[in-house]
Design a binder for this molecule. Structure first.
Ligand SMILES: [Zn+2]
Length: 82
């Protein structure tokens, strides 16, 4: 039996099964919620918890690192999860 892939929530830093987390991808410089799971390339994960999402979107540095872009070169598209 294959182990479920685990990912870290960038909000609380806890490990979750990948399918329990919200996946975010970088799309044209914007961090967007990849609700269909079809996004390509690097991704960042956050558990479905308002506090974590708040932390998640405040951690621009970590997000920049997760997406391998320079600090300040990412924007946020929040309407998807609000
Ligand atoms: Zn979390």
């Amino acid at each position: 039996m294959k182990a479920l892939p685990m990912r870290t929530c960038l909000g609380c830093r806890k490990l979750f099964a990948k399918n329990q987390l919200m996946k975010f991808v970088l799309h044209q410089g914007m961090v967007v919620h990849d609700s269909k799971g079809t996004g390509q390339g690097r991704s960042a994960y956050c558990c479905n918890n308002k506090n974590c999402l708040n932390v998640f979107f405040r951690q621009k540095k970590k997000l920049s690192r997760a997406f391998r872009v320079q600090d300040g070169q990412i924007g946020f598209e929040l309407k998807d999860w609000e």
